[in-house]
Every structure is written in structure tokens, then in C-alpha cells.
Design a protein around this ligand. Structure first.
Ligand code: ZN
Ligand code: ZN
Length: 321
């Protein structure tokens, strides 16, 4: 089977990997599409021991299995289904989980992979393979974070820092969930232009910092953006922190010290959010469709990653076949 090996420093090699064999409770999935994610730039830069790729749509490919042929997407946390968190529906926070698909176990930049059956989410007929991966990070992660934030702030002016796939996904979900007007900060013209087409207004970081927003979504994963978020959040407003990076180094200023605000951090989403998230996809299908702006097969994955890393693509797909 062909799979992508990330050697680091942006070098991707397509190797002949051993055919994956499903263990107990697992099934073989043939990859139809795997969306590139900003978090994959970490393995792309550093190299990674297992096959990356965690926004996977495919088909169960196991003759004789009751789910053979079913169209699925893959929920990445390998949850136990029994612990305190799983029992409360917080499968993404499973106490027993040690593995994420595409991080600690092999993921979707390959022709096939094995997946614990519990992590399969059935894809309805009206959702094509090229849109299905968006139900994971782009919709799942953003909608879960915004639902948490809505416990604190109902609606009102919002600011999105970083107009990558998560930031753009957040703009679509925010508008759908009653927030607005929405401002956005992103230095890349292609991205901020796309945000404008979704109804957001590009502003400078300086203007944003003075904004006093009800909700600030930090989707850039950079300290500069976190600093702006801390300045920009209004009294009793909330910051939703979704961006990832290795270390934080922030400066407490007077305007941050003399303020009441809430900080919400969230990771992925509970598996039970899937049905309402399908409705979010259906409600804004045209917008989500435009996010998927390129596709390549395994032989062109290296090129696709390079242009993704340069910020030229939003949510491109690997389509192995
Ligand atoms: Zn991701
Ligand atoms: Zn659990």
C-alpha cells in the first residue's frame, strides 16, 4: 500500500508501506479524501514516526464486515466509551485515551488505514467525500468551542484572529449561531479576502485591540494574536482559544490587568455533536464548499503541502485514488 512518509523540513516521500491489518474491534478504511490541516505543518517540518493525516473520509473496506462499503469519516480520539468523561458524553476528553488517529497511530495520508470501529461516523448520502472531512476540525472543533463560549456570551460583536480554515470555519459558525458583526485579522490577503466573502470585515491588529468585543476567537496559534485577543476582549466578554503552538509568552499590560473576562480553551468535540454539526454543514453548504480549494493525489502531496504551508490554499484535500 502507498503511504506518505514525513521526513521533516518539508520532505514527503511516498513509500510502499505494509498493508494495514485490523486488530480486534477495528476495521480497514479506504481513504477517499484526507484534508490538510495547519497542525500537520508540525510533522511536515519535524518529521513524524507514523503516517499523518487526521481529517479522513473514506469507505469501510472489509468484505464480510456488517459495515463493509459504508461511507464514513474518522473521529480522531480513540476513546474508551466507559470512563467518567465518556459516560458524560465528553468522548474527546476520554481519561483512558492514549491515541489520536494521524498522531499516535497511522492516519489518512495513505491509501488505507485501520480505525477502531467506535471512531467511525457514518456520512449521509447528501454529503460528498470532498465535504465530509470539514465535519471534523473545520466544523466540529469550531462549533464545539463556540457552543462552550455561548454559555458565557449569547451573541454580539465578534473578532476572529487568523483566517485559516479554523478561523474561516469560526466565521461561518459564528454568523449561524447569532454573532455579528464579525471582524477579522489576517495579514495574508487571500485569506482576509476570503473572510470578506463570508461577510466578515478585515481590520488591523491595532484597530482590533481597541475593539471591546463580546467574543474573540483566537485561531492563529501565535502569541501576537493572543496578545491582541487579551486587549480586544470587552468587559465580561470571552476569548475562545483554538490556535495551537508550542509555547506561550504573553505580556500583562495595564489594559489586560484591569478587566474582567473569560478564557475558554477547547479541544476537538464530543462525538454526540455530530448530528447538529451535520445541520451546520447543510445550512452553509455553499460557503464550506468554497473552502475546499484544491486536491491532489499522493504523487502531488509534497507540492500541495508546500503551497498550503505558504498560505496559498485553505482546505485542500489528498485524494489518494
Ligand atoms: Zn486538524
Ligand atoms: Zn473514556
Amino acid at each position: 500500500m502507498r503511504a506518505a512518509k514525513f521526513h521533516g523540513e518539508g520532505r514527503i516521500e511516498i513509500v510502499d508501506a505494509p498493508e494495514p491489518r485490523p486488530g480486534p474491534g477495528e476495521v480497514l478504511v479506504r481513504v477517499a479524501a484526507c484534508a490538510l490541516c495547519g497542525s500537520d505543518l508540525r510533522p511536515w517540518r519535524r518529521g513524524w514516526p507514523v503516517t499523518s493525516g487526521h481529517e479522513i473520509a473514506g469507505r469501510v473496506d472489509q468484505p464480510g464486515h456488517p459495515r463493509h462499503g459504508e461511507r464514513v469519516i474518522v473521529y480522531i480520539p480513540v476513546f474508551c466509551g466507559r470512563c467518567e468523561e465518556c459516560s458524560a458524553g465528553r468522548t474527546h476528553l476520554c481519561r483512558e485515551s492514549r491515541e489520536l488517529v494521524g498522531w499516535q497511530r497511522s492516519g489518512g495520508y495513505a491509501e488505507r488505514l485501520t480505525v477502531p470501529e467506535r471512531c467511525l461516523l457514518s456520512v449521509p448520502d447528501d454529503v460528498p467525500d470532498r465535504l465530509a472531512p470539514l465535519l471534523l476540525d473545520t466544523i466540529g472543533t469550531t462549533a464545539h468551542g463556540i457552543r462552550l463560549a455561548k454559555r458565557i456570551v449569547e451573541g454580539g460583536r465578534a473578532l476572529v484572529l487568523g483566517a485559516g480554515p479554523i478561523g474561516l470555519g469560526a466565521i461561518i459558525v459564528l454568523a449561524r449561531m447569532g454573532f455579528g458583526p464579525i471582524d477579522v485579522v489576517d495579514p495574508v490577503a487571500y485569506r482576509s479576502g476570503f473572510a470578506t466573502s463570508l461577510g466578515a470585515t478585515p481590520v488591523s491588529a491595532e484597530a482590533a485591540a481597541a475593539g471591546r468585543y463580546r467574543l474573540v476567537v483566537e485561531a492563529a496559534g501565535k502569541d501576537a494574536a493572543r496578545q491582541v485577543a487579551l486587549e480586544a476582549v470587552g468587559p465580561e466578554g470571552a476569548i475562545l482559544q483554538l490556535g495551537e503552538s508550542d509555547a506561550w509568552a504573553l505580556t500583562e499590560t495595564r489594559s489586560i490587568r484591569l478587566k474582567d473576562f473569560f478564557l475558554v480553551r477547547s479541544f476537538y468535540f464530543p462525538i454526540g455533536d455530530y448530528e447538529p454539526n451535520l445541520e451546520l454543514l447543510r445550512a452553509d453548504r455553499d460557503k464550506y464548499q468554497r473552502l475546499v480549494d484544491d486536491a491532489a493525489d499522493l504523487d502531488r502531496l509534497g507540492e500541495l503541502f508546500a503551497s498550503f504551508a505558504r498560505g496559498e490554499k485553505l482546505k485542500p484535500l489528498l485524494v489518494p485514488a
